[in-house]
Design a protein around this ligand. Structure first.
Ligand SMILES: NC(=O)c1ccc[n+]([C@@H]2O[C@H](COP(=O)([O-])OP(=O)(O)OC[C@H]3O[C@@H](n4cnc5c(N)ncnc54)[C@H](OP(=O)(O)O)[C@@H]3O)[C@@H](O)[C@H]2O)c1
Length: 315
């Protein structure tokens, strides 16, 4: 790989391994699922829209002859759906890789999940927190250090965890909520690794971000409703200064597969502004290193979701 940066071909073979990718119906999740299938993993596309998921499944099956790729319904904005999805995965055996990728960005007006959480915090972070916790029996039964990958963002750089108003209930700002949800994902990866080390869970938690990748995230979020100039400018900037979804997925795939990806590490593009370029370590801002905030966020997440990290079903 000297001189050209890490590619999916550099990942070890994953035959006999099972992976779940959330938000695999499009964008980075699709490219991540495709990459894992290329290396031989059995991949479960976790998605909320069966039609889009089936289209993604067909595209992967068409691109990777003999791919073992299936779909299971998961709506991260609904804790009952998270529980049902996880029960199905746990019942069907060990899990080697969980990629917590699905996400929504900067809805112009405050929206809530089925459980009443602000939708970005609820979908991007709390849904994944509950999912990873419920999948612990499958992850720790994988017979090796299963990977839990958290997809964060450059947006974490300006993020802040507002422990007094995690849900943006008193004051909602679309970007503040998005930044907080992505910072929470980075904190989650680091705190999960800390807890895994302390409790001897056979887990490797790694975070990654795609830089600026051309996907539907802008039109699905800030571009909703009246849209306007800002989303159009953002789309243009991403196209001019960003990279393809396939390249954006490489740091995620690296975090999911590379033997050299450090437990608790954070990876992304290393080119200008970390927007594009070869995969490497990313900068972690001080607010993502605050152990007190990490503990408080974890406690709040357990309280809000009603789920704890245990290695056995019903423990
Ligand atoms: N693109 C970038 O430059 C960029 C930069 C930094 C971080 N990220 C992060 O990368 C991740 C993927 O984003 P993307 O750029 O690929 O965006 P995208 O094209 O909009 O894809 C988002 C995916 O998340 C799924 N999703 C949304 N809400 C869901 C829910 N409630 N339950 C289950 N799945 C849900 C979507 O499913 P549907 O098909 O049903 O809509 C879709 O598959 C996000 O976490 C985002 O924050 C992206």
């Amino acid at each position: 790989m000297a001189g050209r940066g890490w590619r999916i071909e550099d990942a070890p073979r994953l035959d006999g391994r099972r992976a779940v990718v959330t938000g695999a119906s499009g964008g980075l999740g699709f490219e991540t699922a495709l990459g894992l299938a290329r290396r031989g993993a059995a991949v479960v596309l976790a998605a909320r829209d069966p039609g889009r998921a089936e289209a993604a499944r067909r595209r992967i099956a068409g691109a990777v002859p003999g791919a073992d790729v299936g779909f299971a319904r998961l709506d991260l904005a609904d804790l009952a759906s998270v529980a049902a999805f996880a029960a199905g995965v746990v019942a069907s055996g060990p899990l080697d890789v969980l990629v917590c990728n699905a996400g929504v960005m900067a809805f112009p007006t405050r929206r809530t999940t089925r459980d009443g959480f602000e939708e970005q915090f609820g979908t991007n972070y709390l849904g994944h927190f509950a999912l990873a916790a419920r999948l612990m029996p499958a992850l720790t039964g994988a017979g090796g250090a299963a990977r839990v990958v958290s997809v964060a963002s450059l947006a974490h750089v300006q993020g802040r965890i507002d422990l007094d108003d995690l849900q943006g209930a008193t004051r909602y700002d679309p970007w503040t909520a998005y930044r907080q949800s992505k910072l929470a994902m980075l904190i989650f990866a680091r705190e999960l690794q800390r807890r895994a080390d302390a409790a001897d869970w056979p887990l490797r938690a790694v975070a990654a971000h795609p830089g600026w990748a051309v996907t539907d995230i802008i039109s699905n979020g800030p571009g909703q409703g009246r849209g306007g100039l800002k989303p159009a400018m953002m789309n243009l900037a991403f196209r001019l200064l960003g990279q393809s979804a396939a390249d954006g997925a490489l740091p995620i795939l690296y975090a999911a597969t590379a033997p050299e990806a450090e437990p608790g590490g954070y990876y992304g593009p290393t080119g200008r502004g970390e927007r594009t370029g070869p995969v490497g370590p990313s900068r972690v801002m001080p607010q993502a290193r605050d152990a007190g905030v990490a503990r408080a966020l974890w406690d709040a997440s357990e309280r809000l979701t009603g789920v704890r990290f245990e290695t056995e079903v019903g423990a």
